[in-house]
Design a protein around this ligand. Structure first.
Ligand SMILES: Cc1cc2nc3c(=O)[nH]c(=O)nc-3n(C[C@H](O)[C@H](O)[C@H](O)COP(=O)(O)O)c2cc1C
Ligand code: SF4
Ligand code: FES
Length: 630
């Protein structure tokens, strides 16, 4: 098939950006790595065709170089990849970080999500509106602008901002805490993300301490290397017990690895709490080939930042654990899908993958064994739904991030239609603790925590607490104990509410402080651990505004594929606005009943977890008149 695309030609800069990713047009595929779909599709005129999965990387290249995806630029990508323009346009418009309309080259993305609201984000936005004009407009001769953003995963240092600067040497960086003056200064004088990826170990330690108040404490397992190891040095990683677990895994064999992980009773930390050993075993035994592993580093649940900290400060641990997962499940290739808002984590992970490959820990003979495995890093483009595992596959495959119907489950039909084990970053890092002491590690791991929730757990503590940050505690620690670790509420102000599990979670009151933080403990009080968010709201917090922000988040992030979620999230937001603004169109009691009906319909009839949980935090708050009186 050839595509005859008419219209203006892409600029030399656009063509160069795309060619850098896809290889020169006439000389076949040079974009790195063998195409997973090679041999399954017609190759057409040159080898880049049939690489539909390169659509997002090519769109990123355009966005990074010229600050937007122009029609000629998109047409050029379509010709290179044999993708119909209408389809590519549908993909480009799906992702918030891609601009299909004119956008200034330098943009500040200001987080106005729940933790940042508590830390003054609305004031920052109001200041920026006065200085630069409304969000979404261009200022200073069209060179700079600002946009509102959902959670940037920097909640422990709120308020946060991300900067994207397009050009020949595109820049992406983040800053937190930051105010409007800081934002304008950073737009005028950008800071290179790549530069900040290195830095002295002293600087790394200072930054680590700001995110991990427990840094250096001897009991830590998952966070033990954070701030202690140079995240850019493979040698330093090896000196800190790096690759021990991989060596143990290679020595014991795939079945024994799965046996230890099963014995550990490790369950997923990405929200669904599925047993990891069972997932790995199901993939390992699938006859279809090849098998893939996917590390889910999309981490977009508001209030969640644990995976970012692991990737920024201990990236080799993530690379090592993905490799072990690949070995256990007989996979030949791993993908790490990282959200587009994590430039530092992405550059550290890419650095770790390259260094591991150069040292023989990835490639045709992993650590000198006969196991061949490699990892490819893919960048998301601003879509919360792409954290849902099947939406993530669609995104890697170069499509809109729309979840698939299940069954079939990913263990049978996953990425590129092949058996796939997908796991969260934190889940995988647990595997190192299980394996590195050799046989029996599963039982030792299971001895930590409780019967139903084994091992250590990371909690993302934010909001009105003295020392917000990432905390590692054994499962079973109570909510009150965690808050004490985090310094409690400033000035000992009374707690009004605590959000457990993020925007898809549940609000609880101060009476829940004795609840053990376990899957079973939170379930018993009708709450959830979700991705480990614990966000504290004291009596000064604006909870009505918070609920409206949560409703807006789900309305924005619904992929729109199924009616209950697409319409329900809009109606939910409208109804909440009516109640908050005192302009209800029916008696308040009936409005509340309608809100509950909408929630029920989304729970019962949505395809995926987004729609099924879009009303849970809001309903949990409205059930308690002492929290929000609407
Ligand atoms: C809307 C939605 C968003 C999700 N986002 C993430 C995410 O950012 N990271 C993640 O690991 N899992 C996320 N999940 C859960 C994944 O679908 C999947 O269960 C998980 O990656 C499996 O890994 P685990 O077993 O290690 O937890 C999300 C699920 C839904 C429904
Ligand atoms: S529930 Fe929402 S996010 Fe999930 S598939 Fe349906 S429309 Fe998309
Ligand atoms: S970074 Fe702003 S709410 Fe998370």
């Amino acid at each position: 098939m050839d595509l005859h695309v008419i219209g203006p030609l892409a600029s030399p800069a656009e063509r160069a950006a795309v060619d850098e990713v896809l290889g020169p047009p006439d000389s076949g595929w040079r974009g790195g790595g063998r195409s997973p779909t090679e041999g399954h599709v017609a190759q057409g005129g040159h080898a880049a065709r049939g690489r539909r999965d390169m659509l997002l990387p090519a769109l990123h290249a355009l966005q990074d170089r010229v600050g937007q995806i122009t029609q000629p630029g998109l047409n050029y990508v379509c010709r290179r990849l044999s993708v119909p323009p209408a389809e590519a346009y549908g993909v480009a418009t799906f992702y918030a970080l891609f601009a299909t309309r004119s956008r200034p080259p330098a943009v500040a993305h200001i987080c106005d999500d729940i933790a940042c609201r508590l830390a003054g984000a609305e004031e920052t936005c109001a200041d920026l509106e006065r200085t630069l004009g409304p969000a979404g407009t261009a200022a200073r001769d069209g060179t700079i602008g600002w946009l509102r953003s959902p959670c940037l995963g920097l909640c422990e240092r709120a308020p946060a901002a991300m900067f994207t600067i397009a050009g020949d040497r595109p820049l992406r960086s983040t800053a937190a805490p930051i105010d409007a003056a800081g934002v304008v200064a950073r737009l005028a004088e950008p800071v290179r993300a790549a530069e900040s990826a290195g830095g002295s170990i002293a600087a790394i330690r200072t930054s680590a301490q700001a995110s991990v108040p427990q840094m250096g404490e001897p009991q830590l397992q998952l966070l033990r290397r954070v701030g202690m190891v140079d995240p850019t040095s493979l040698d330093d990683y090896v000196a800190h017990r790096g690759f021990l677990a991989l060596r143990e895994a290679l020595a014991m064999g795939p079945d024994a690895v799965i046996g230890e992980v099963t014995e550990a009773r490790l369950v997923g930390r990405g929200g669904a709490a599925f047993p990891t050993g069972r997932k790995w075993s199901a993939v390992a035994t699938q006859p279809a080939q090849p098998h893939y592993v996917v590390c889910n580093a999309d981490e977009s649940e508001p209030g969640t930042f644990k995976d970012r900290v692991l990737m920024e400060l201990d990236p080799f641990a993530v690379v090592e654990s993905i490799t072990i997962e690949g070995f256990a499940t007989a996979a030949t290739k791993g993908y790490l899908y990282i959200r587009g808002e994590y430039p530092l984590a992405e550059s550290r992970i890419r650095g770790a993958v390259d260094a591991a490959r150069a040292a023989g820990y990835l490639g045709p003979s992993v650590a000198g064994s006969d196991f061949a495995f490699d990892i490819e890093v893919r960048r998301g483009a601003g879509a919360y739904i792409c954290g849902e595992e099947t939406a993530l596959f669609e995104s890697i495959e170069g499509k809109r991030g729309e979840p698939r119907n299940k069954p079939p489950f990913p263990v049978e039909v996953g990425l590129f239609g092949k058996p796939t084990a997908v796991n969260n970053v934190e889940t995988l890092v647990n595997v190192l603790a299980i394996l590195e002491e050799g046989p029996g590690g599963g039982a030792r791991f299971a001895a930590v925590g409780t019967e139903g929730s084994t091992g250590p757990k990371l909690f993302c503590l934010s909001g009105n607490v003295g020392r917000p940050g990432l905390y590692e505690v054994p499962f079973g620690t109570t909510l009150g104990e965690l808050l004490e670790l985090g310094g409690g509420v400033p000035e000992r102000r009374p707690i009004r509410a605590i959000l457990l599990g993020g925007a898809a979670g549940v609000f609880v009151g101060p009476e829940a402080l004795d609840t053990p933080l376990t899957f079973e403990g939170t379930r018993a009080i009708g709450a959830t651990l979700g991705s480990g968010v614990v966000m504290v709201f004291d009596e000064t917090a604006d909870l009505v505004g918070t609920l409206r922000r949560i409703a807006a988040f789900f309305r924005d992030e619904s992929c729109g594929q199924c009616v209950p979620c697409r319409v329900g999230t809009v109606r939910q937001e409208e109804l909440l606005a009516r109640l908050a603004d005192g302009v209800a169109v029916r008696p308040r009691h009936d409005e509340l009943r309608l809100l509950a009906d909408i929630g029920q319909a989304m729970r019962d009839a949505s395809i995926c977890g987004l729609g099924q949980t879009a009303s849970s935090a809001i309903e949990s708050a409205l059930r308690r008149p002492e929290l929000v009186a609407l």
